[in-house]
Design a protein around this ligand. Structure first.
Ligand SMILES: [Zn+2]
Length: 338
């Protein structure tokens, strides 16, 4: 184990927070502790497993059953349904850039950092004909993305890839930064390889209204693989610190946090392996039915309300790398940005 600090305020230390176990994957019952940054309110896993120690907690990712389920969906089509949330993200990212007056051109060089199985890039290629590249530390991702999506994925850490400077027109980072040991170094690398005038779209879980109440039982917390849950203002400070201009901070609607949190509050453990992909044993089919019932009756309406109020469990930041000589604008920080 090693000690950790808020990546934006390392000098501030941490105040005592709350405990959490791995309820998301259900690997074991080890108790972890999240401290709270007294300056910005970020949650920081402290102490945290070293990169050598954390391996077993990633064992459940990309299980053969999940890959099988995804292949079956792709074979059945249509692509929008097979890609699900990745398709929605690809459409939304293209729309956001259009609104900012920087529409994605065909052939634009796009890098998805922490790209997982490559579904988002496949969606963006289908929608806009971009030139897609992914990077992920899990070698299973590269094999699947190539075979199922025709997308090239480099294996390893982003900072070890040696991509050329000023190269990509768009970098996306979906639920990746919370897994990264050194977010400052990660953001500095995004800024280095982004072309001047290029954009960064970064989304990560944050401690919104529901997470503040559920703490260690929150669905999005996923101890210990989530090393941080940063506040939007923390993200903004880190992104600006890397030399990028923040254009927008959003709190996108992402249902499931409430329904999953209620299940975990009832003592349910092993959410991902037991509920996310069929086939499920009979006992888990009952839990799955309860989860879907909670999604429809409780989660969808309340999470939609939280999205309107700007207090969901995710924060998204859209930033731009200034061109030489560009005046640097500083964005007003609204309620969603705090
Ligand atoms: Zn802080």
């Amino acid at each position: 184990m090693e000690r950790a600090r808020c990546p934006l305020h390392p000098e501030a230390g941490l105040r005592a927070g709350f405990q959490a176990t791995d309820r998301f994957w259900g690997i074991d019952e080890v108790v972890f502790h999240y401290g709270i940054c007294p300056t910005c309110g970020a949650w920081v896993l402290d102490p945290r497993p070293t990169p050598e120690e954390i391996g077993p907690y990633y064992a459940g990712y990309y299980a053969p059953r999940e890959l099988e389920a995804r292949r079956a969906l792709l074979a059945r089509g249509p692509l929008s349904l097979a890609l699900g949330a990745d398709w929605i993200r690809a459409k939304d990212a293209a729309r956001q850039l259009q609104r900012l007056g920087a529409p994605l051109r065909a052939g634009a060089r796009v890098l998805d950092a922490g790209c997982g199985l490559g579904g988002f890039l496949r969606g963006l290629v289908a929608l806009r004909g971009v030139t897609a590249r992914g990077v992920d530390f899990d070698a299973r991702c590269a094999a699947f993305a190539e075979e199922a999506h025709g997308v090239t994925v480099d294996v390893g850490e982003l900072t070890g890839q040696g991509y050329p400077e000023d190269h990509f027109e768009l970098i996306t980072s979906w639920h990746c930064l919370e897994h990264v040991y050194d977010p400052r170094a990660e953001l500095a690398e995004y800024a280095r390889v982004l072309a001047p005038g290029g954009h960064l779209i970064l989304e990560t879980p944050t401690n919104g209204f529901i997470a503040q109440r559920l703490k260690g039982r929150g669905l999005f917390l996923q101890a210990p693989t989530h090393l941080y849950h940063l506040r939007p203002r923390t993200l903004r400070g880190l992104v600006e610190g890397a030399g990028l201009e923040v254009l927008k901070i959003r709190r996108p609607w992402l249902p499931s946090e409430i329904a999953g949190g209620l299940l975990m509050a009832l003592g349910f453990s092993g959410f991902a392996p037991r509920l996310l992909f069929p086939p499920r044993p009979f006992k888990d089919r009952l839990w799955h039915a309860l989860f879907m019932g909670l999604i429809l009756c409780v989660d969808l309406p309340i999470s939609a309300l939280l999205a309107l109020m700007g207090s969901t469990g995710v924060a998204q930041i859209i930033a731009r790398k200034p061109r030489a000589g560009d005046p640097v604008k500083v964005m007003e920080l609204g309620a969603v940005g705090r």
